[in-house]
Design a protein around this ligand. Sequence first.
Ligand code: ADP
Ligand code: MG
Length: 698
Amino acid sequence: MELTKIFGSNVFNDKVMKERLPKEIYKALKETIEKDIPLRPDVADVVANTMKDWAIEKGATHYTHWFQPLTGITAEKHDSFISPADDGSVMLEFSGKQLIQGEPDASSFPSGGLRTTFEARGYTAWDCTSPAFLKEDESGNVTLTIPTAFYSYNGEALDKKTPLLRSMTAVSKQALRVLKALGNTVSTKVTSTVGPEQEYFLVDKKFYLERIDLMLAGRTIFGAPAPKGQELEDQYFGAIKDRVSAYMHDLNTELWKMGIMSKTQHNEVAPAQYEMAPIFATTNIATDHNQLVMETMQKVALRHDLVCLLHEKPYAGINGSGKHNNWSLSTEDGINLLEPGHTPAENVQFLLFLSALLKAVDTHADILRATCAHAANDHRLGANEAPPAIISIFMGEELTDIMEKLAKGEKISIKGAQFVHVGVDTLPEIPKDNTDRNRTSPFAFTGNKFEFRTVGSSQSISGPNVALNTIAAEALDEIATRLEKAKDKNAEAAAIIRETYKKHSRVIFNGNNYAEEWVKEAEKRGLPNVTNSVDALKAFITDKALKLFGKYEVLSHKELHSRYDIYVEHYSKQINIEALAAIDMVRKQFVPAGIEYATFLADSISSFSAVSVAASVQEDLLKKLAGLLTSSYKNLAKLEAALAKAQGTDGTVKKAEAYRDKVITAMQALRTDIDSLEMVVPRDMWPVPTYTELLFKL
Ligand code: ADP
Ligand code: MG
């Protein structure tokens, strides 16, 4: 396989467009892509036709508008290219209109009430900033896939892409104002860039298929710990097993074909846990690609008789999976705005952007937290080497020291750093190599980007990036306004940096985020620590959030409310599935298994006593078993009652609270009994694969 030939071979990318489109059409399309100029219908027709020919040459029979509804996964409806000809045969057609707009029935996607007020119709619109590509399945079916935004009849967003595109426009506009105020007249666009590191677990398919909880809820609801966990630290960066390596190879090939820059792969901390990191891209493309990464990971796993688990916490007691969302801002001419520079002017710019993020994250920590709030991530945050639910920033000692001294107006002297006169203020050269890594922070500055680690492995990265872009836009807006008005820009810049640090440095924490003391310290500092999704999601509908997203035209009040409702409802639905799966397994698998073993013991006791031999071991085991069975059965009834009550609770939020406070608690109590039961019942009588099999037999 020749890697360079394979890479992007299924993408209608710039190279293909340049080769195949007439010059003036190519130019017009590029203008639309780069400068947000509306696409002319005649241009669309030519592009569509060229796209169709290219796709058909590569074996495509269908096309689809591919979109990202609020389910968090993607949706597609395929149409073949055929259209009837006069002589009864078919022609292959794909018009500009079909490329630009589609009209899927929106009624089966969550809309949070947006639909009821208007028509059920939804529209998909081509997002030409993310290239069209071919999706191939194992049997050789090829589909021309067109990334699209999905919105209602009234133009309200029904998806994850629309607000993302809006937030990118917002942050570009405000960042440019700051740059312009600082004298940059060259840059015309600022894009947010993202590199999402994707963690996942693999499990043998035959074990997976025997676990109702894994199949239906994505995680083990029961399971006693295996004798071995991750304590030997022998998995992280360990040699990759052949079976896994074969999987990764196939995965990479599929991703590369679709133009996804799969770069790094390694074993993660927990047994059977792995990671793939791509090279970063524009947020919009990175988000599309991450959806494809998740989908392809699951698809390719099946070919290897494996199942890829993207859940944040498939197994209790060991690490969960996150998605480190590396984020930065960059000009179209390639300046990373979070990269310390060589000159004082560059460093003023850097410190201003850093200050913007400091203010943004402190002001809207609750919103960032909310973007990572879903039932599965609740298991992960704050447990086994995952950041807590407290949002804080890691800046590194050196950078913090610089900011601290700037704020106090003190002279700055750091190792070997030079003093440079900038207007009224002195700025040292900022250490570029911020190697001082802190792996416990939820939001770490890593030298030239921020790494948002609260994000969960299964979720779309759209939400977190919509929030990052928008809160950055707001902070940059304020900075720009001040700079534009100021006569002495440098003095004003210094004042902004100073004031921002004074006001928002409470959000900086360079220590161990996993430590219990941090929870107390954060409370003293007044930083929010919202440990459950139901409460965390409320941050989407505070006055502060409505104002923020409204002002930058990212999400209207109605859109935010609808999203909030959908997410809260989704939480209840998820816990409902888990509770039903738990009940099912206990009733049909675990209790019968316990009874079977109890019967076996009782029989054994009578056989022994028939020949007058003491059966004290059996008696002891039977007593223990009977106790666990009784307790399990009681806790099962309690769970059923709690579930019935939650199901009957009125009001979206009240219902979710019932699931959170009553159902989850009942499930936990039941798990304790069942896991103890698992420790007593012989393996050949235990009806489901154990943690040892799930985690180590790969
Ligand atoms: P780590 O030590 O966390 O593995 P890496 O340097 O390997 O860090 O980068 C992790 C991710 O960050 C990669 O996906 C990489 O492409 C991405 N990244 C690097 N620079 C940027 C940037 N300017 N904007 C967004 N993501 C970036
Ligand atoms: Mg990382």
